[in-house]
Design a protein around this ligand. Structure first.
Ligand code: PMP
Length: 460
């Protein structure tokens, strides 16, 4: 199958001549060498573009359209709210009904030790809020020097100045004077890439923990405010943590009074077949970053969920320090909040979290069956409805292809078969994270397309 694409009409020209796109080759796009598809519609797990192509979205856009496309319940709730009251600010304790209802729904779903949610607009700004709250917490406790933040290489936490510093991907640093001072990165927990092939998973875990402890000792525990991590690494390659990783990390952090930020932007609200990745992997975080699945991306909305130990300090501190000057014009935006309420209601009504829990292992099994014995497949992995296939030139010797030479071609070949996947930005890794509403028949379509695409690109 080949997909139509009109690239020389007026709309395509306006796109080339006026719009800067995120994470896009600037010159290629402006020249028209690499036009993106212009999307016009969606229903269920399918999206359509203006050229009439219908594609199965195996990555839920950017793993965010969790409830699936074309949900009139969410669109109607947004429309109703926009008609009644599109916007009023939330500063100085003002409120709006959908934001209050959504906060209650979020806190009802969050682990018991979490206390409040602050709503922002994107995962990036929510992580900036978490860093500021963590700094403020230590300032109020009389330890202003506790300021550095540890994240992991290949972690993804956004692309602002602070959130981009938290991110551990080279491409997000090199051209922008990042990371900012005080933002440190410890090792990626990726057993496939362990330094020594003979290491057992337990030895590898010891190695990771020693690296973390060494960093903390070298920097000085009294200078470190927080550690941030995705419960399962996402953009860095969909990498589940080694067995026991989070228990060991948390033991180290607790010993040094280093706060834990669980970045749940991808994992929040059902992707793991549970409400949060923190419960899935046994984390007890001080902050949880939420976004994507909160509204299934029908409107921009993120959140920073604060634990009671953090909230209590911030609350007591305000009696001496007054107003906490942090906020965005669009914090707790009523139309986005209405989308969030409708989305979480729909996820409950349709039982999508349980459905993801049942279909996640099926996705991994089908990918394994489809390509597990291909000579260039080093690993099929994943947890919940989140899976990856890592490709290597020679998995036995762990010889890689020249950087990113294969996965984008496989993604293209899948697209020609009508399936959207994601070539992850680091290594030759194919990522899969469909809407939670996907059925087993639709999962079969993804697995078959991957098998055929891999054979087309790599042979055998
Ligand atoms: N954290 C994680 C784990 C993410 O995956 C992302 C986005 N992919 C972000 C933060 C940043 O979110 P946003 O793009 O909405 O700023």
């Amino acid at each position: 199958m080949s997909l139509n694409q009109h690239i020389n009409d007026e709309l395509a020209a306006w796109d080339r001549d006026n719009l800067m796109h995120p994470t896009t080759h600037v010159a290629n796009h402006a020249r028209g060498d690499a036009p993106g598809r212009i999307m016009t519609g969606g229903d269920g797990v399918y999206v359509t573009d203006r050229d009439g192509n219908r594609m199965l979205d195996g990555f839920a856009a950017l793993y965010c359209v969790n409830a699936g496309y074309g949900r009139t319940e969410i669109a109607d709730a947004m429309s109703k709210q926009a008609h009644e009251m599109a916007y009023f600010h939330s500063y100085a304790g003002h409120g709006n009904e959908p934001a209050i209802r959504l906060a209650k729904m979020v806190m009802d779903r969050a682990p018991d030790h979490m206390a409040r949610v602050y709503f922002g607009l994107s995962g990036s700004d929510a992580n900036e809020s978490n860093v500021k709250y963590a700094w403020h917490y230590h300032i109020l406790r009389g330890q202003p020097e506790k300021k550095k933040i540890i994240s992991r290489w290949r972690g993804y936490h956004g692309s602002g100045l602070v959130s981009g510093s938290l991110t551990g991907l080279e491409g997000y640093h090199a051209r922008f004077h990042l990371p900012l001072p005080g933002f440190l990165h410890t090792e990626t927990p990726h057993y496939l890439h362990r330094p020594d092939m003979d290491m057992s998973e337990a030895d590898y875990l010891d190695h990771l923990i020693t690296a973390l402890e060494t960093m903390i000792e070298r920097e000085g525990p009294d200078t470190i405010a927080a550690f941030i991590g995705e419960p399962i690494m996402g953009t860095g390659g969909i990498i589940p943590p080694p067995e026991g990783y989070w228990a060991r990390v948390q033991e180290v952090l607790n010993r040094h009074h280093i706060l834990l930020i669980a970045d749940e932007v991808v994992t929040g609200f059902g992707r793991m077949g549970q409400m949060f990745g923190s419960t899935y992997y046994g984390l007890k975080p001080d902050f949880m970053t939420i976004a994507k699945g909160l509204t299934s991306a029908y409107a921009p909305l993120s959140g920073s969920i604060l634990s009671d130990r953090v909230f209590n300090v911030l609350s007591e501190g305000s009696d001496d320090h007054g107003v906490l000057c942090h906020g965005w014009t669009y914090s707790a935006h009523p139309v986005s909040a209405a989308a969030g309420v409708a989305n979480l209601t729909l996820i409950d009504d349709l039982g999508l979290v349980a459905q993801a829990g049942e279909n996640g292992p099926y996705l991994k099994k089908r990918l394994q069956e489809a390509v597990g014995d291909h000579p260039n497949v080093a690993e099929v992995r994943g947890d919940g409805l989140l899976a990856a296939v890592e490709l290597m030139k020679n998995p036995a010797t762990r010889t890689l292809f020249p950087t990113m030479s294969v996965a984008p071609k496989v993604a293209e070949a899948m697209l020609r078969r009508g399936v959207i996947s994601r070539a992850m930005p680091e290594g030759d890794i194919m990522g899969f994270a469909p809407p939670l509403s996907i059925t087993r028949d639709e999962i079969d379509i993804i697995a078959d397309a991957l098998r055929d695409a891999l054979h087309e690109v790599l042979g055998s």
